[in-house]
Design a protein around this ligand. Structure first.
Ligand code: MG
Length: 392
């Protein structure tokens, strides 16, 4: 028994007080629309999913959904009203001939699978069913001057949510007939069904299935999701160490910066010891081997390679694990060249390679008081540490 999903994302969302319609706002590092679509994807017997968007919003739709867009039907352009947008979506679904359709607000990303399943289940015994909650607040009627003119008996009153589910043929016919009769003011699809004489079953929704409407709703959702996300992340720390020998030359690469010097550093790649140490620190925090394992010096591919490639790869591994880099810290052990004049450029380079804020990067240097191989200017050494947050 097939159930299609029609997500209505054609609103301009001006009440949220931003330039971006609320369905495209990002909450917890993901767009509201992507979260809403994800709530329906992967549920058994629920497919296809189609999103109705406003005219001119195709690019925004694609960037909000990313790769997830590929699993959906192509988006359909809506009309001037919600009712017109829903009808456009229903007409586009018509060739799929689904038995049922669930119509859902894009701005309700927190709908639970139980709610969706309950609405679908109710369609086994009737042509229409909506998620709704019994009213908890007392309702007042106001007069024109802001005074209470009366109290409304709340027994039997429900707040309609979405999804609202229907037998597809019945709701399509009802919408077409409403337009034919010039009726265009229905604020939800259950109202269209009621007008057409279809019995509508109430299914318990959930308090969390709210419609994100105001800027305050969006920022509260964002904060809550970020809190949840960071709750699942654990901090992990790694360290790295590297040495390269000086050879004849006129510059060295340190932390991605070309520094003029009386020698060069010998190595298979550009011999940027601090970036090698830092790459190892990040790999160490992930427990994911070391730089020599991922980029063997025996492989001619890495001859003369800029070491930023190695560090970019380590940063990508953190992102692929769903993690992020909290901070990195590098110490260079050398009598020369002097690091101070290049420190800012080095921090900037590392921040840019890792895609993190400059304030999360430390670069320091010390001599070894003339002792050991750095003291004898035979080479230089670098130490690094990295802290990452990754899902437990
Ligand atoms: Mg090295």
């Amino acid at each position: 028994m097939s159930t299609a999903v029609l997500i209505v994302a054609a609103g301009r969302g001006t009440r949220a007080g931003s330039e971006i319609p609320k369905q495209y706002a990002v909450v917890g590092e993901k767009s509201v629309l992507a979260r809403t679509v994800a709530a329906f994807r992967g549920l058994a017997d629920i497919d296809p999913v189609l999103v109705v968007i406003a005219d001119g919003e195709a690019a925004r739709y694609r960037s909000a959904l990313g790769d997830a867009a590929g699993a959906l039907l192509p988006p359909v352009t809506g009309g001037a009203t919600r009712q017109a947008s829903v009808l456009a979506g229903l007409e586009a679904l018509e060739p799929c001939k689904p038995r049922n359709v669930l119509i859902h607000d894009a701005a309700r990303p927190f709908v639970k699978p139980e709610t969706i399943r309950s609405v679908v289940a109710a369609l086994a015994t009737g042509p229409a069913a909506i998620a709704a909650l019994p009213l908890a607040d007392t309702l007042k009627r106001a007069d024109g001057s802001g005074r209470v003119a009366g109290t409304i008996e709340r027994a039997g009153l429900w707040r309609a949510q979405t999804p609202q589910g229907f037998h597809f043929a019945a709701i399509l016919a009802a919408h077409r007939e409403a337009v034919r009769q010039g009726l265009g003011d229905f604020t939800d699809d259950a109202a269209v069904a009621e007008w057409a004489g279809l019995p509508v079953t109430l299914v318990p929704g959930s308090a969390g299935n709210t419609k994100l409407t105001t800027a305050e709703d969006l920022s509260a959702a964002d904060e809550r999701l970020r809190h949840q996300m960071s709750g699942n992340l654990v901090p992990r720390t790694g360290t790295g160490f590297d040495v390269h020998r000086f050879a004849e030359g006129d510059h060295v690469w340190l932390c991605g910066v070309r520094v003029p010097h009386t020698h060069r550093l010998e190595g298979h790649s550009d011999a940027d010891a601090p970036l090698h140490a830092l790459t190892d620190a990040i790999l160490g925090a992930l427990g994911d081997g070391d730089i020599g394992q991922h980029f063997p010096p025996s492989d001619p591919k890495w001859k003369g390679a800029p070491s930023r490639l190695f560090l970019e790869d380590a940063a990508r591994r953190v992102r692929d694990r769903g993690g992020r880099i909290v901070n990195v810290d590098v110490t260079i052990l050398a009598e020369a060249p002097r690091i101070g004049p290049h420190r800012e450029a080095m921090c900037d380079a590392i921040a840019s390679i890792l895609g993190i804020q400059r304030s999360r990067v430390g670069v320091k240097a010390t001599t070894t008081e003339g002792l050991g191989f750095p003291g004898r200017r035979e080479g230089l050494a670098a130490l690094a540490s990295a802290t990452v947050l990754i899902p437990d």
